[in-house]
Design a protein around this ligand. Sequence first.
Ligand SMILES: C[S@@+](CC[C@H](N)C(=O)[O-])C[C@H]1O[C@@H](n2cnc3c(N)ncnc32)[C@H](O)[C@@H]1O
Length: 275
Amino acid sequence: MALLNDEIQGVAAPERVPHWGIRPGTTTQPVSLRRLVGGLPVVGPLVRRARRAVWPTYAFARVEAVDERGRVGNVLNYAKARDTAYSALPYPAGYQTVRLVDGSEIAGQRDPAQRVALIPIDLQGKTVLDLGCNQGGMLLALREQIEHGIGIDYDPRMVNAANRVRANLEAANLDFYVFDLEREPLALIRDLIPGGQVDVVFLLAVCMWLRNWRDVIDFARSISDEMIFESNGTQKQQAEQEAYLRGRYRTVTLLAAHSDDDPRQQQRMLFHAHQ
Ligand SMILES: C[S@@+](CC[C@H](N)C(=O)[O-])C[C@H]1O[C@@H](n2cnc3c(N)ncnc32)[C@H](O)[C@@H]1O
């Protein structure tokens, strides 16, 4: 029988792991159709070639940069190349306004500083986890107050942009990771957080994009007593999100009935949830 790409002849087949993930102490992964097909001679290379044809590389015209602002600008522009609703293509910085160490600003669709000003919690010395952080704008705006910020997003270009701005601002207390809230085990987020718990979770304008948003709220509740939550989507979706939040937390306070910081879309609501 043909060997899969990374199988070694003579080594006993590893025990199959019946769940997503890697068994501690081994590098065994569950059997996957993609891996099986990809490893087949002739078929594997054909499938890879077809995939490259269907999903071409990102169209992106890099501008030769003469300074730091230009270099960061290129990374921000590249982060928009995915062109989703939250790429905010018409805005130079994308979804979130970016401020650099020299005090200059690159405009985005939403200025995180305006939402930060609505947060009623004293975040001095606190640990904050931002789920679906985009370019890290909320944590970057809070970098001088908080002790540690961890931002996660499933879009690697957004996370690259967050890291690039973090480097410009020399914000060593922030970490940004690629993580898919729908497809990866939520409990693994605990391992991205030193201490396994945080003081506050941000879940802002993310739920309409997630099928498992209820699980994500439950997970947030399991690692922190407090959450700053922004609902998004249709009125019905937002009503469902608010009702779920109120059912899970002891107190839920409305902080803003509209997202006035966004000139394009003001129909989001901001809440503070506490258990
Ligand atoms: C509308 S933006 C909100 C960004 C940020 N929370 C804010 O309010 O400024 C939605 C964000 O959720 C992220 N996102 C969508 N689906 C995700 C998933 N499955 N896992 C992790 N992040 C996701 C997107 O990449 C995007 O950055």
